[in-house]
Write a protein that binds this ligand. Structure first.
Ligand SMILES: NC(=O)c1ccc[n+]([C@@H]2O[C@H](COP(=O)([O-])OP(=O)(O)OC[C@H]3O[C@@H](n4cnc5c(N)ncnc54)[C@H](OP(=O)(O)O)[C@@H]3O)[C@@H](O)[C@H]2O)c1
Length: 255
């Protein structure tokens, strides 16, 4: 079913054609640098389209689960639970937070899954965080990675299992889905190289303040205990997720 979230009538038509029991809303302008360059599009897609989708789901009694991000926090302290107050630094994160709020306000019984940095097996031409590092190291390309940005990377299978558990239960509100280990971007590079037996000579540690672009939060590591308790969430070990990454982009799947 064709769907353009920027066209409210398209949302209504898609829902009336597909007649889903539930909707998992993954669409976004998820490139943080592009959001800074194209704020109007970021607001339209991440915020207003999420609100419109929530209203259409509510009026049809369709359960809605929306995907959000660990970047809604400013990263001054961690680990972060659902009770911690968000404080987005980037326009991407501000629009995602506004989208979260619209979904929870407009669609009764809806949920928001805040997902950490995604590693492991990606889809299509864009690599997950660990795949992008592995592909660059394979090709002998230099990789500059931040030593001062900490995350709890998580793999798609673990996110999918928690999502299924949410859909088959009645959980509502916000859930954090982080992986079992807290690492810096640079440590993720070292772990990726170690797990896949790749050389580390092309890896360079840098500070995010030495790089161009809007600074990201320093530490948005998640406390995922609500998901552990309520969704039986058991994220896979980081090494296992890294090993599952694709050796090269999956061009055919995205064509
Ligand atoms: N990647 C991460 O590490 C990460 C971490 C935390 C949270 N997230 C969140 O996870 C979700 C998915 O992120 P991602 O990295 O998979 O992003 P992505 O690869 O850029 O995918 C975005 C998706 O949105 C769809 N989309 C864009 N504009 C649309 C429109 N007008 N109507 C309908 N669909 C539209 C795109 O469809 P087309 O392909 O057809 O254009 C694409 O499938 C986002 O909500 C993001 O904020 C991602």
């Amino acid at each position: 079913v064709a769907l353009d979230l920027l066209e409210p009538s398209s949302i209504a038509t898609a829902l009336d054609t597909a007649r889903p029991e539930a909707v998992l809303h993954c669409a976004a302008l998820a490139d943080a640098d592009r959001c800074e360059r194209e704020p109007t599009l970021a607001e339209a897609l991440n915020e207003r389209a999420s609100a419109a989708l929530a209203r259409e789901c509510q009026s049809r009694g369709i359960r809605l689960v929306a995907v959000s991000t660990d970047l809604v926090f400013d990263g001054r302290r961690s680990p972060l639970s659902e009770d911690d107050a968000p404080a987005p630094l980037l326009l991407y994160a501000r629009t995602k937070l506004a989208g979260e709020e619209a979904v929870l306000a407009e669609a009764r019984g809806s949920a928001v899954l805040r997902v950490a940095l995604v590693v492991g097996r990606g889809f299509g031409p864009r690599g997950s965080a660990s795949e992008s590092i592995a592909w660059a190291l394979h090709a002998g390309r230099p990789v500059r990675l931040f030593t001062d940005q900490y995350r709890t990377p998580v793999d798609p299978d673990s996110i999918a299992a928690a999502t299924l558990s949410l859909f088959t239960g009645s959980g509502a509100g916000r859930y954090h889905l982080g992986g079992p280990e807290r690492v810096s971007r640079y440590e993720l590079g070292l772990r990726t190289a170690a797990v896949l037996g790749l050389p580390t000579t092309a890896l360079t540690p840098i500070s995010q303040f030495d790089a161009p672009g809007a600074p990201r939060p320093a530490d948005v590591s998640f406390d995922s205990s609500r998901a552990h308790r309520e969704l039986a969430y058991r994220p896979r070990p980081l090494a296992e997720a890294i090993r599952d990454g694709r050796p090269q982009p999956d061009i055919i799947a995205s064509a």
